[in-house]
Write a protein that binds this ligand. Structure first.
Ligand code: UT7
Length: 328
């Protein structure tokens, strides 16, 4: 039994924030942002719009493509690090918005790797026969967690959501191998310190801007390239393939230089790599499902194609997977 992706969708808020606009907000410039990251613009939620709204927008498109009704869903998983609320889960709010009355609901927090971690878990659940039709969203509303005075972070991130529908199939489709990991004792390299249980949001902490994302970019960069390359080679070897067998690499979109470094070390031409960071920036758990949906809509993946997925993020987590594209 396999778990095929039978529908896909994506959503990004209408509000576009360009590098030129950021030049007016913080000490940065378009040349630095483009040359150091590849980002040209990012999308930012409207007042009152949150992760569940974007997830539901992407999900409706994915459900339509799959021809699945919301009430047919057995499970909704939202991979996110920026939930609407601490309680209940964002998936619970998506269930209500879609009217998916028969679905179980849960969130997955593995930061930028959340979608791939959740895809691995859902695939195993479908293979086990416990669930049949699953909605998996990767969605992030990062903008409220950005310190607009911190140029190390505010130019990097954006808001977006992607969604896929997974269904059981006997065909060789969906995730064929995966490897998940995390690097111990690296939490402080990329974190939101204040606002949860260990460091509650006191006035003092808010005055220190500890409720915002903080990142040691250059340290994260080094770990990212090594982990994505090593785990990619591992998952390909698991299914007896090499990068020569891969039609498209869909990497986490954190930095164009990271993507290029990974492609070079994997000996893959950039023509075989899907890149959309210029449009969205780093949308954490949303980058992979948004990229998958865009690549599918653009005809970059055909049924039977071997797709390499690879990601890296806060934790620090890492993950890769080999996906065979195509429906049931
Ligand atoms: O998705 C989760 C995983 N996250 C990542 O994978 C992020 C990985 N890291 C990165 O993508 C890169 O490290 C960044 C894009 C965040 C930063 O690029 P970098 O080449 O590592 O720059 P840096 O932090 O080493 O800074 C180089 C210089 C510094 O100035 P000095 O000290 O050399 O004078 C920074 O202050 O660039 C400066 N700088 C900026 N200048 C203009 C940092 N941010 C900016 C900015 N505009 N926005």
């Amino acid at each position: 039994m396999n778990a095929a992706i039978t529908g896909w969708g994506r959503y990004a808020p209408d509000r576009v924030l360009t590098n030129q606009e950021l030049e007016q907000i913080v000490d940065t410039n378009d040349e630095w942002i483009q040359s150091r990251t590849g980002i040209q613009r990012r999308h930012i939620v409207a007042e009152g719009q949150a992760t569940s709204d974007m997830s539901a927008r992407a999900a409706r498109i994915a459900l339509d493509k799959a021809g699945v009704k919301p009430e047919e869903l057995d499970l909704i998983v939202v991979a996110t690090t920026s939930p609407d609320l601490l309680l209940p889960s964002t998936a619970a709010l998506v269930q209500t918005k879609l009217g998916a009355i028969n679905a179980g609901v849960m969130d997955m927090n593995a930061a930028c790797c959340g979608f791939l971690y959740a895809l691995s878990a859902v695939t195993a659940m479908i293979r086990g026969g416990g669930v049949g039709k699953v909605l998996l969203c990767g969605a992030e509303t990062i903008s409220p967690f950005l310190n607009w005075q911190d140029r190390n972070t505010c130019v990097i991130f954006g808001d977006a959501a992607g969604a896929v529908i997974l269904e059981a199939t006997e065909q060789e489709r969906g995730l064929q191998s995966y490897k998940l990991g995390a690097i111990p004792d690296t939490a402080e390299l990329l974190w939101i310190k204040a606002g949860a249980t260990l460091y509650p949001a006191t006035h003092e902490r808010l005055d220190q801007s500890e409720q915002y994302i903080q990142m040691n970019g250059s340290e994260v960069f080094k770990y990212a390239v090594r982990s994505m390359v090593d785990s990619s080679l591992h998952v390909l070897a698991q299914v007896g393939k090499t990068t020569a067998d891969v039609q498209l690499v869909v990497p986490h979109q954190a930095n164009l230089r990271i993507i290029e470094a990974v492609a070079k070390r994997l000996n893959v031409s950039m023509d075989q790599v899907f890149v959309n960071i210029q449009e969205y920036g780093n949308t954490s758990a949303a980058t992979l499902p948004v990229a998958i949906a865009e690549a599918a809509d653009a005809g970059r993946m055909q049924p039977g194609d071997t797709i390499l997925l690879t990601a890296f993020g806060g934790g620090l987590t890492w993950a890769s997977g080999v996906l065979v594209w195509g429906g049931k």
